[in-house]
Ligand binder design. Structure first.
Ligand code: 2P0
Length: 320
């Protein structure tokens, strides 16, 4: 990427996001192109604040939540390899400082907000005049889900068709739903044992249940977008939950099997399903880890918090 050689200090914020229809599987690992589109909701003020500036020490530094990371740290290496896209081989030592505003107790580490905020901050530091669609394409290379974290609200990441990936980027959906709520039910706050990158590659390569997934996920995206447009939780919730469980089914059928869900996750699901049988309109989705995220409308918030008192409640459209 071309740009000025003077690095200025630049700061950016990006929200984390939760996929309502999941990204699982790549068709091109180097360009990070997905096999299917996905749809997400961004998490408002839960996200990453990132500052990029020239490093006074003459070598790269990556700070995360107030700690200087070891050069061998996996996140530091990934962040600096990503910064190389902007440095283009020039010797420009950087100091990258990232602060996560996501409560640790929620157990929701996010490469999505991290790479989206880093992309914005790097673009500012290198003086590049890029629009949000350009930023989404670049953030995608850092981490697929980061392509969606460039925007607040509901976002679709189109899989695209082009070999060079120019049409594979996020698109903000012009759909507000002020009463939409998310609750994070933390099951385990520790780091995941198997990265989603390795997990999805292993699933694509070995799972006999993977082949139908991309077409099913595209169909789910369409139903989910229509349900969001209609603010119809009775149509949205079951499809979101089915999409997540279908993704996990592809992993569990991988050889050897991959299961991010633990006994604690299933306990949460069983309590939810029991409450649903009693009339609660809340639905679950789970990512590459054991924590369970619930979606519902504001009118169900008190019942959800009664059922899961330690859950964290997010109002994604509040103040927006
Ligand atoms: C998603 N996940 O749509 C899916 C659902 C996890 C399960 O995107 O390899 O960290 O960096 O592109 O974006 C997590 O995968 O993977 C993810 P890479 P990423 O939110």
């Amino acid at each position: 990427m071309a740009g000025a050689t003077d690095i200025r200090a630049a700061e950016a914020y990006a929200p984390s996001n939760i996929a309502l229809s999941k990204y699982w599987g790549k068709r091109d690992a180097a360009r990070n192109l997905p096999l299917n589109s996905s749809v997400s909701i961004s998490l408002a003020n839960w996200g990453s604040h990132t500052r990029v500036e020239g490093s006074g020490t003459g070598h790269d530094e990556v700070h995360h939540n107030g700690t200087l990371l070891d050069p061998g740290d996996a996140f530091a290496r990934r962040a600096l390899a990503f910064a190389d896209l902007f440095r283009g081989g020039r010797h420009l030592p950087l100091r990258i400082t990232t602060q996560n505003s996501i409560p640790t107790a929620a157990g929701l580490a996010s490469s999505a907000s991290g790479f989206a905020a880093l992309t914005r901050a790097l673009a500012g530091a290198f003086g590049l005049d890029l629009d949000d669609t350009d930023l989404s394409r670049i953030a995608r290379i850092g981490s697929g889900s980061a392509a969606r974290s460039i925007w607040h609200g509901f976002v679709r990441w189109n899989r695209g068709e082009a070999e060079d990936g120019h049409d594979s980027h996020g698109v903000p959906l012009d759909l507000r739903w002020p009463g939409f709520r998310i609750a994070i039910v933390a099951v385990d706050k520790g780091p995941k044992p198997f990265s989603s990158r390795d997990g999805m590659n292993h699933t694509v390569e070995t799972s006999p249940l993977f082949p139908p997934w991309p077409a099913q996920a595209e169909a789910d995206c369409r139903v989910i977008e229509d349900a969001i447009a209609a603010r119809d939780m009775a149509a949205l919730g079951p499809r979101v939950e089915a999409n997540a469980l279908a993704m996990h089914a592809t992993m569990m059928a991988a050889r050897p099997p991959l299961c991010y869900l633990t006994g604690g996750s299933w306990q949460v699901l069983e309590r939810l399903w029991q409450a649903r049988a009693d009339g609660l309109a809340a639905f679950a989705t789970m990512d590459a880890g054991p924590n369970v995220k619930l979606i519902f409308e504001e009118s169900s918030a008190a019942d959800v918090l009664y059922l899961f008192p330690d859950a964290s409640l997010i109002a994604p459209f509040e103040g927006r």
